[in-house]
Design a protein around this ligand. Structure first.
Ligand SMILES: Cc1cc2nc3c(=O)[nH]c(=O)nc-3n(C[C@H](O)[C@H](O)[C@H](O)COP(=O)(O)OP(=O)(O)OC[C@H]3O[C@@H](n4cnc5c(N)ncnc54)[C@H](O)[C@@H]3O)c2cc1C
Length: 511
């Protein structure tokens, strides 16, 4: 036996699993296809002097978990920088507002701008705080009807009576926001933030995407110093410090199966064996490419990947951005939610349904050089513009390689209207459209969450029924990553939950 556990892929979830196992004394090997670890949490110097994240940037969910402390990741070079204000919302008429980490400060600020909306915001946060905490706890355990039932009964629920609350939970998040806030300018950034999980504001059963809002005031939003990829670099160092091997440029070609048991992997023609194999890749990769055909489960045919939904323009600038609505640096620190109204999100989604890139996309602008001077040369700025909605498969035979530059220009023009002069500051750029995300990061059809984040593919149903508790259908085969509960985003909860399942099984055998 070459190793105790072989891990396929070095996305952050797979590395979290590896780190817990290595810390428990198991001998681990991680095989990563790309030339760096991290998957959708990695950072590279794409333009000389400028550090570009290649995937997720805003670290929100992982701050609500005990992972960083349990693994002692600060000792391996991880340093989190907190953002405050959390969100900045500018509008074309020159108006703007902030959401701060501190609830009282936010309420006061909102009420001064839009009388009554601060009070409404407090009510919204207080109504849903306990429910949001319970949801977070459910994310940190393997999903089962029993666990969910227990949490619903004994965990904190909504402040309102369940009968009333249930209506909000099963409603589209756009309706929930409209119920609490009368001012469209306050509705817009809340709806736009919730839309970033994928489903549109009109989709039933999506209320929880916005009911998560109270937790922004608890865990905050943070950035690893040096770039998002410093999280996965710290995890790699942790695994290696505990005797593990982390190989990059090492694509796994096949999961080896003997007597209905996963016994190892083949990497570039060479065979490696282990007591257990964990796949942290996209579930399509695991079930439709890596497993021999005879061992592919029926249910894997029904996974829904969707048609992409977002694209991101990364810019290297020689000077900081400046908003007309708020020229101060406070705006550069926050996540900048550029969305006029919920209707703008819906119009963009309408074009997406027709297979067309949005002509007027809502944008999240991020300029993390405002808090981290290691990302750009002195005086420079990195600016990311995440925008929606952009289909992977385009209408009328259009191809991303042809239309990419034009779409990037649309996103840039939309931003320029809020921060004039940005175009003149550009010294380099990278446009990551849905096809780019598939080709470079292995995110099938450009879905950054791996699989669609809709109720039919959440909790016990992710990636599909019967495969949801991190143990796959073959003995010795385990799953982790955004294709499993609780889904996409930089959280590491799937990685931690998978490690717990493995540790239970391995420790039992050790005894
Ligand atoms: C552009 C973009 C912006 C985002 N923004 C945010 C954000 O701001 N905040 C947030 O919370 N989330 C964000 N996300 C989502 C989040 O980053 C991802 O959902 C999450 O990082 C997925 O992590 P993972 O470990 O589950 O899987 P992945 O990161 O997809 O890791 C899978 C790994 O497996 C490797 N692999 C695949 N096949 C093989 C093989 N055959 N052999 C070996 N290795 C293989 C891949 O190369 C990859 O490294 C964003 C994602 C993208 C792409």
């Amino acid at each position: 036996m070459d190793y105790d556990v072989i891990v396929i892929g070095a996305g952050h979830n797979a590395l979290v699993t590896s780190a817990y196992l290595a810390q428990a004394g198991y001998r681990i090997a991680v095989f990563e296809r790309r030339d760096i670890v991290g998957g959708a949490v990695s950072t590279k110097e794409i333009i000389p002097g400028y550090q570009f994240d290649l995937g997720g940037s805003a670290h929100i969910l992982i701050r609500l978990t005990p992972i960083v402390e349990e693994l002692g990741l600060e000792r391996y070079g991880l340093e989190y920088l907190d953002l405050d204000p959390l969100f900045f919302a500018p509008f074309p008429d020159g108006d703007s507002f902030f959401i701060y980490r501190d609830l009282d400060q936010t309420v006061e600020h909102l009420d001064a701008k839009f009388p009554g909306q601060g009070v409404a915001y407090r009510r919204f946060i207080e109504d849903w705080r306990d429910f949001a905490r319970t949801t977070r706890d459910a994310f940190l355990t393997a999903p089962s009807p029993f666990e969910l039932g227990k949490k619903a009964v004994f965990g904190g629920g909504p402040k309102r009576p369940w009968a009333q609350a249930l209506r909000s939970i099963i409603r589209p998040y756009g309706d929930v926001v409209a119920e609490y806030f009368s001012e469209p300018k306050v509705q817009a950034p809340l709806v736009w933030m919730a839309a970033q999980s994928g489903p549109p504001p009109t989709e039933p059963l999506t209320g929880p995407f916005v009911l998560w809002q109270p937790l922004y005031h608890e865990g905050g939003i943070a950035r690893p110093r040096g770039g998002s990829g410093m999280l996965t670099q710290a995890l790699k160092r942790h695994v290696e410090a505990h005797g593990g091997d982390v190989f990059h440029s090492a694509p796994v070609e096949e999961i080896l199966v003997e007597d209905k048991r996963a016994v190892g992997v083949r990497v570039q023609g060479q065979t490696y064996t282990a007591r257990a194999v964990v796949s942290g890749t996209h579930a399509i990769e695991t079930f439709s490419r890596l497993l021999p055909e005879a061992h592919r489960p029926e249910g894997s045919r029904y996974m829904r990947v969707g048609n992409g939904f977002g694209a991101i323009l990364r810019l290297a600038l020689d000077a900081p951005i400046q908003y007309t609505a708020h020229p101060g640096d406070e705006a550069r620190v926050a996540l900048q939610l550029i969305c006029r109204s919920p209707k703008q999100v819906l119009s963009a989604y309408g074009e997406f349904l027709q297979g067309r890139p949005s002509s007027d996309p809502p944008i999240v602008a991020m300029s993390f050089s405002a808090v981290d001077d290691s990302l750009a040369p002195p005086g420079g700025e990195v600016l990311w513009l995440w925008a929606q909605y952009f289909p992977y498969e385009l209408a009328d035979g259009a191809q991303w390689d042809d239309i990419g530059p034009m779409v990037a220009e649309t996103i840039l023009n939309a931003f320029e209207a809020y921060a004039p002069g940005t175009k003149d500051k550009i010294v380099g750029q990278l446009f990551q459209h849905p096809l780019w995300l598939e080709r470079e990061l292995g995110l099938y059809r450009g879905n950054v969450m791996h699989l669609e984040m809709s109720l039919d593919q959440m909790f016990m149903l992710r990636p599909f029924s019967g495969m949801a508790r991190y143990r796959a259908h073959l003995k010795g085969l385990y799953l982790t990553g955004a294709s499993t509960h609780p889904g996409g985003g930089i959280m590491g909860a799937s990685g931690r939950n998978a490690a717990r399942a493995l540790l239970k099984d391995l420790d039992r055998k050790r005894l």
